[in-house]
Design a protein around this ligand. Sequence first.
Ligand SMILES: O=c1ccn([C@@H]2O[C@H](COP(=O)(O)O)[C@@H](O)[C@H]2O)c(=O)[nH]1
Length: 239
Amino acid sequence: MKERLIFALDVEDGATALAWVERLRAEVGLFKVGKQLFTSAGPELVRRIVLNGGQVFLDLKYHDIPNTVAKAAIEALRLGVSMLNVHALGGMTMMQTMSAQVRQIAAAEGRPCPLLLAVTILTSASQSDLQAVGIDRPVTEMVVRLAQLAQAAGLDGVVASAQEAPLIRQACGPDFVIVTPGVRPVASAVDDQQRIMTPAAALAAGADYLVVGRPIATASDPVQAARAIVTEMASSASA
Ligand SMILES: O=c1ccn([C@@H]2O[C@H](COP(=O)(O)O)[C@@H](O)[C@H]2O)c(=O)[nH]1
């Protein structure tokens, strides 16, 4: 079950990140490198984690014109990451171009292709946040619509709240990958997340991977916190 747990390396420098990788490598399946750490430590850090046997989800949420996103994703492929993502709101052409070019270069260069994911609606967004940017449709409807768009564009899956996982499963089928941040064990601080679920409920809802950062990183014993989440995930799977 631990292979389905992704730890968010939301830290300020490479040395701190590598220390977390050592501390949690036996407890989690992947390490997520996001905007803070990538801006600070760059591709060299990603290469180093991969070289040391760690699997990386590069969470840079590309959102740009099709050519720019495709070329950035090709460089992510060459870093050896296991997952990368774009914003589904970047649109069909952007996602199709990225997917086609990454798959073509992976085949031509003999590299394993990472899981190509699309962020639907951020788990920190509420219905009123959507309304404020002019989106009047319900969050759930937007998430399913974006997931179907990503699937039609040839992507492997989406990043979404586990709250929407059952609807995504229904719309996109059993093989479409659902990665869920906004995971909060009971009694954990919600922080800036809005659409949250517990680890057990997220798996029961159909999530394939859970992303967890602060509930582990700020725990008094992070190793124990990660183990407790994996135990909760296992109990949900066997229920
Ligand atoms: O919709 C999204 C997409 C990405 N994230 C990222 O996941 C982690 C969550 O960290 P926590 O500390 O467990 O809240 C973080 O790196 C986000 O950038 C997300 O939360 N929601």
